[in-house]
Write a protein that binds this ligand. Structure first.
Ligand code: PPE
Length: 304
């Protein structure tokens, strides 16, 4: 999906023109994947444009950086203000926002501790990650032969740029096989997530999702959906799942900032079917909540 250009990108405290947001080819992060990032969305709400769970995303960014000994040279308040300002100057009422913290230019080699820590925040309009049809009718998933990185390889708890090579291998593998999205298993064979999404399934009216210690990211969409599900009266169990649990699920879906909530119609050619009632109920409340249309969840929407 080609990136849709807007006007400005925030780099190390300054608003720069879109085409001037460039870096040196010897930037550390480009060579070794030594960066951490966030994916955030802003939506149009009745009160104006709001960034969904911005404060929580910035907290997770700082935690991701902590794992790699990266001191972000801006406070959370500064990053929050910069993000809001960026959305305003770009005059977009809904967009995807990509903060990036990376080891900069000046040092090479595998001890990054003396390399600068640079920060950028960009935003652009980004439509349905797995397609509009996917949101409505579900997508076809396949278990990838690539295992998910584990906490003693590259901690999935850090949303590090380098981690995503693992996701790219899985995604490309299943796309070459004609599927829409990958399901990933950890080294023990338990389901973890999708390449860039958390995963849920429904069985006999109960929701199940892999625990973070299995290798799932502590997704903010996941967290929002757990809250919504509980408020709707559904139990949510965090437990290890094997691939056949997905084959025999009543419903299944992916969740993520980019993906939002995407039903899974098939896993490894075993048909789960069109989106079921619990998936649809969660989609309905979540899609309203992110647009500031549900009073109980209004504090998730941080007005710019
Ligand atoms: N797991 C992974 C591995 C992941 O990358 C994401 C977000 C999630 C779960 C969901 O987390 P949350 O967004 O907080 O609900 N993936 C981001 C990047 C996707 C991309 O293709 O780039 C995102 O959705 O922004």
């Amino acid at each position: 999906m080609p990136i849709q250009e807007v006007k400005k990108i925030w780099m190390n405290g300054k608003m720069v023109d879109w085409h001037d947001a460039t870096i040196h080819v010897l930037t550390h992060g480009l060579h070794y994947g030594s960066g951490v990032f966030e994916g955030i969305r802003a939506y149009k709400t009745p009160e104006g444009t709001a960034v969904f769970r911005l404060t929580d995303h910035i907290k997770r960014l700082r935690n991701s950086a902590k794992i790699y000994f990266m001191d972000i040279p801006f406070t959370d308040e500064e990053l929050i203000a910069a993000t809001k300002e960026l959305v305003k100057v770009n005059e977009v009422d809904s967009c995807y926002i990509r903060p990036l913290v990376y080891r900069g230019y000046g040092e090479m080699g595998l001890n990054p501790l003396n390399a600068d820590v640079d920060v950028s925040i960009a935003c652009w309009p980004w439509g349905a990650y797995l397609g509009e049809e996917g949101i409505k009718h579900g997508i076809r998933a396949k278990v990838s032969s690539y295992r998910r990185i584990d906490a003693n390889v590259l901690p999935p708890a850090s949303k590090a740029t380098g981690n995503y090579l693992n996701s790219i291998l899985a995604k490309v593998e299943v796309i070459h096989s004609g599927y829409d999205e990958a399901v990933m298993l950890n080294a023990h064979g338990y389901v973890t997530d999708g390449p860039g999404e958390n995963i849920f399934m429904v069985k006999d009216g109960v929701l199940y999702t892999p625990p973070t210690h299995a290798g799932a990211l502590e997704g903010l969409t996941r967290d929002s959906l757990i809250t919504i599900a509980n408020d709707l009266g559904y139990a949510v169990v965090e437990d290890n799942l094997v691939r056949s649990d997905l084959y025999l699920a009543d419903e299944a879906f992916f969740s993520g900032t980019a993906a939002e909530v995407v039903p899974i119609r098939e896993v490894d050619d075993r048909v789960i079917g069109e989106p079921g009632p619990i998936t649809k109920a969660l989609q309905d409340v979540f899609f309203k909540a992110m647009k500031g249309e549900v009073d109980e969840y209004k504090d998730w929407c941080e007005l710019v």
